[in-house]
Design a protein around this ligand. Structure first.
Ligand SMILES: C[S@@+](CC[C@H](N)C(=O)[O-])C[C@H]1O[C@@H](n2cnc3c(N)ncnc32)[C@H](O)[C@@H]1O
Length: 454
């Protein structure tokens, strides 16, 4: 049966394969799990086209759907037909595909997917748009590409930044590199890139004297110099704040650390890289023991793989698969990093499927889970210890409102100030909200640092 399905699938045109993928995303599957299987099914010459069509359509999904809705006279419930309509509109308004191919092959795709009943409708709408592309392009640019509930929430939370955010979130995100200080400095790695003719810019992460590398050339990550040897990783520049905020505390003792939601280990690896670095600017700090905790066994395996590639000492790192809402350690920790599960609205540029997958109900449920994890982590924190709370969300319910509620019931919790200095890193009463306001900005992250008064 599987063989027949694969055979059938291999007879589909590339657009039909993209439509089938978009249908599955609308049904709840993630882009991460579907992208490689899609690319493996299309011919070498079509890979770039399929990638652009899938990612681009997802980025503009809601704006395209609004154009479709304005032109459709009766309700369409078939998710595949919507996907086909959106890829057709995306080709006409964003790609340089010839119109006859954009329309003809998209109509053919719905027929191949046994959705021939949608063919007439798609053909009619695409032809209407084809007659006046400038009018529709203008309409689409003025709009944002967010579901209504999220647009409303972002407007409520970030009114003055909302217009910029709406535009930035429909663009691809820049690629930033984290250099493994165990092996070399950011500047030395930049020299290696220069020698190899790879385009980049050195940019501040928002902490004095701390720079990161923004790639300006498209290059396969595994082809980066010394990638396999662990000299470099891809990590958003705002994700790189975590280790540097903790380093700036300059704690003068051997630390026990809990990384409460650790997988796949990006922030933990960064912390260990700095700790093992010869150039680390905080003298006496060293990490005596780390518990790297996550409730997802599979994701936890990726932590060891990452630490392995980065050639980090794992002797003091204990991977634990447990629920952070109930986990109890034998000893209390000096430092807890709580990179909480969240709606991930801050990383929509990298994972545009989030704009289709998340619902308004998810926000409340996620905030409740975060509150439980935070409360339990706090129990595991030693007196005078520090807890760094992080999310890659832009919603106040998961960030400053969450912390506000926590502080109201934990009188021994004290806000610790730190300083970030980029225009899109916005100081709040508690912590900082980083927003991706412009195309070159880091992702939407929230950071708050607390200390437990002894
Ligand atoms: C934002 S990700 C962490 C990213 C990670 N800190 C990094 O820098 O690579 C959140 C993680 O929380 C984990 N998680 C979700 N619910 C959890 C729970 N109840 N207990 C422990 N981990 C949980 C997820 O499996 C996921 O790996």
């Amino acid at each position: 049966m599987r063989h027949i399905m694969t055979q059938l699938h291999s007879q589909l045109n590339t657009r039909a394969k993209v439509v089938a993928t978009l249908e599955r995303i609308q049904q709840g599957e993630s882009l991460v799990s579907l992208l490689d299987p899609l690319l493996n099914q299309v011919s070498e010459k079509d890979k770039g086209f399929a990638h652009e069509l899938l990612l681009g359509t997802l980025r503009q999904w809601w704006a395209l759907a609004r154009i479709g809705e304005s032109l459709i006279e009766h309700e369409v419930t078939d998710k595949g037909v919507w996907a086909a309509l959106n890829i057709g509109l995306y080709q006409l308004l964003y790609m340089d595909t010839p119109d006859y191919a954009a329309i003809g092959e998209t109509v053919e795709a719905v027929k191949q997917l046994d959705k021939g009943y949608g063919a007439g409708l798609i053909n009619a709408i695409l032809r209407k748009v084809q007659k006046n592309p400038a009018k529709f392009a203008k309409k689409i640019e003025k709009n944002h590409s967010l579901p209504n509930w999220l647009a409303k929430q972002l407007k409520q939370d970030w009114g003055e930044y909302y217009a910029e955010l709406g535009q930035a979130l429909r663009q691809p995100a820049p690629i930033f590199l984290r250099v493994n200080r165990k092996f070399c400095s950011v500047e030395d790695y930049a020299d290696i890139l220069t020698q190899q003719g790879i385009g980049f810019a050195l940019v501040s992460i928002g902490i004095e004297k701390v720079q990161t590398i923004q790639l300006t050339d498209a290059i396969r990550i595994t082809d980066l110099p010394k990638f396999a040897e662990g000299w470099v990783s891809v990590q958003d520049k705002h994700a790189q704040l975590s280790a540097h905020i903790l380093a700036s505390l300059a704690l003068d003792k051997s630390l026990t650390v809990l990384d409460a939601c650790t997988a796949p280990g990006g922030k933990l690896a960064h912390l260990l890289e700095l700790d093992e670095s010869k150039t680390f600017h905080v003298k006496h700090q060293n990490i005596a023991h780390v518990i790297a905790l996550d409730s997802d066994e599979k994701r936890l395996q990726r932590v060891s793989q990452n630490l392995e590639r980065l050639q980090l000492n794992q002797e003091n790192v204990q991977l634990v698969c447990e629920d952070a809402t109930t986990f109890q350690a034998d000893t209390q920790f000096d430092v807890i990093v709580l990179d909480a599960p969240c709606t991930a609205t801050g990383v929509i540029r990298r994972h545009p499927d989030i704009a289709l997958l998340r619902t308004e109900e998810d926000v409340g449920q996620t905030a409740a889970l975060q509150a439980n994890i935070l409360a339990n982590c706090w129990h595991n924190l030693a007196d005078n210890g520090y807890l760094l709370y992080i999310t890659c969300s832009m919603l106040k319910a998961e960030n400053e409102d969450q912390l506000q509620a926590f502080l109201a019931t934990h009188k021994e919790a004290q806000i610790v100030d730190f300083s970030l200095n980029l225009p899109n890193q916005i100081k709040r009463d508690i912590g900082y909200q980083c927003l991706p306001l412009h195309q070159n900005d880091g992702d939407g992250f929230y950071y708050a640092l607390l200390q437990k008064r002894g």
